[in-house]
Design a protein around this ligand. Structure first.
Ligand SMILES: Cc1cc2nc3c(=O)[nH]c(=O)nc-3n(C[C@H](O)[C@H](O)[C@H](O)COP(=O)(O)OP(=O)(O)OC[C@H]3O[C@@H](n4cnc5c(N)ncnc54)[C@H](O)[C@@H]3O)c2cc1C
Length: 376
């Protein structure tokens, strides 16, 4: 597939996936890259993400391994970009306060250890010595996964956007794609409300809107609706001394589990339930309740107050797994639709570039092809 003439690649969507692909394409020769976003870069799911980079809760093993590889690839991407991209190291801490929760956690840690994931069961004393401001209450089992981290996605997006612009890509914000022009099995032009962009290849990285855009060329990519709310707080003292991410159990029956992280500026991000938990309550009452819940574990949060954020929608394929690759019915349409896109951005973007530019079938992606929905 290598050619000396310039190939036009149009990427629809400037979230973490679209822009990371643009970056890897931009370091190859003879490619003209255009990125179109209906809003501003990073304003989709990427902005609403909890941004925990991990392979902890990922099943089955092949999907765990995909996430694990990507987690390790973040360091190389960080070296390549050679700037502070907002990675917070420190691992993930969690504990459980019910018999059932403890049993599930211990079994999960044993399974992950068998897969070679660096995590272990720790004692309550270790938990508290790692986080001296923490009052965990009843602890029946706790664990530490030291490979996990979180990333400040706005810092990452700002660095990588500067880099792709420096590398000569053409980026158009506030430019919604509304349709495609197609001849036989190929798209030859991407239509926006104002104009159109001729193309040799289209990469569809439009997050939740990928499904409706693919539908324009009769490609079926079913998604589930997956709203989530990650609230913010005003600044507080540094309460997380070591861990990057903490998952805490519910203390009262009316509470859910919570997860938290702290940014460089002292503000916190807090979500409830599991990583994929459905929540569309973006009221101030809900935000206050989450922070009150957290304060029972970290009284040192003190006077910080909760700031509600709008609901974010996870790009969530119907079976929960990524959709990556060329479609069968439209041979120059490459799809990237996924949850856990913050964890997966390095592997998806580098390997998608190999598939698009070098015409190679990357075997890691084989379970995730668009044609598994049987209509493309
Ligand atoms: C509440 C929540 C918590 C999450 N927690 C985690 C986590 O802890 N760890 C993790 O790894 N992942 C997490 N995720 C998932 C992760 O954030 C996403 O998988 C990732 O951000 C997807 O990136 P994307 O670039 O594919 O999509 P997006 O960031 O949604 O980007 C798509 C872009 O396409 C643009 N667009 C849409 N329609 C059009 C159109 N017609 N024309 C042009 N442009 C268009 C949008 O404006 C947007 O900028 C979470 C997501 C949410 C919502």
């Amino acid at each position: 597939m290598t050619s000396s003439r310039n190939r036009n690649i149009v990427i629809v969507g400037a979230g973490i996936i679209g822009i990371s692909i643009a970056y890897h394409l931009s370091i190859r020769n003879n490619i003209s890259i255009t990125v179109l976003d209906s809003d501003i870069p990073g304003s989709g799911a990427t902005e609403h993400s909890f941004a925990w980079v991990n392979a902890f809760g990922k099943e089955p093993r092949t999907y765990h391994t995909l996430n694990r590889r990507s987690l390790d690839m973040w360091y190389r991407l960080s070296d390549q970009l050679d700037s502070d991209i907002g990675i917070h190291h420190g691992g993930e801490l969690r504990w459980e306060n019910t018999e059932n929760g403890a049993k599930t956690l211990i079994n999960r840690v044993r399974q992950l250890q068998g897969w070679g994931y660096p995590c272990r069961i720790i004692t309550k004393d270790e938990l508290v010595s790692m986080e001296p401001d923490l009052s965990p209450g009843n602890v029946l089992a706790s664990s530490y996964s030291n490979a996990d981290f979180h990333i400040e996605t706005d810092k990452f997006m700002s660095v990588i956007l500067n880099k792709v612009i420096e590398n000569g890509i053409s980026l158009h914000s506030n430019t919604p794609v509304i349709d495609f022009k197609r001849k036989n099995d190929r798209i030859y032009s991407v239509i926006t409300s104002e104009t159109e962009f001729p193309c040799d290849i289209v990469v569809l990285a439009a997050g939740v809107n990928t499904t409706s855009l693919a539908d324009k060329v009769d490609v079926y990519l079913p998604q589930q609706c997956s709203p989530g709310v990650i609230i913010k707080t005003t600044k507080c003292k540094k309460i997380m001394q070591n861990a990057a991410i903490i998952h805490a159990p519910s203390k009262k029956e009316t509470h859910q589990h919570i997860h938290m992280r702290q940014l460089d500026d002292g503000t916190l991000r807090i979500g409830q339930g599991t990583q994929e938990g459905i929540n569309s309550d973006d009221s101030q009452e809900h935000a206050d309740a989450l922070l009150d819940n957290l304060k029972t574990y970290f009284p040192a949060v003190g006077m910080a107050s909760a700031i509600t954020t709008p609901v974010g929608y996870r790009p969530m394929p119907i079976d929960g797994y990524p959709v990556i690759g060329f479609t069968k019915s439209v041979s120059n349409l490459y799809i990237t639709l996924m949850h856990s896109g913050v964890t997966l951005a390095p592997i998806i973007s580098e390997m998608a570039t190999i598939e698009i530019v070098d015409g190679i079938n990357v075997e890691w992606f084989v379970p995730y092809r668009p044609n598994r929905f049987n209509t493309v």
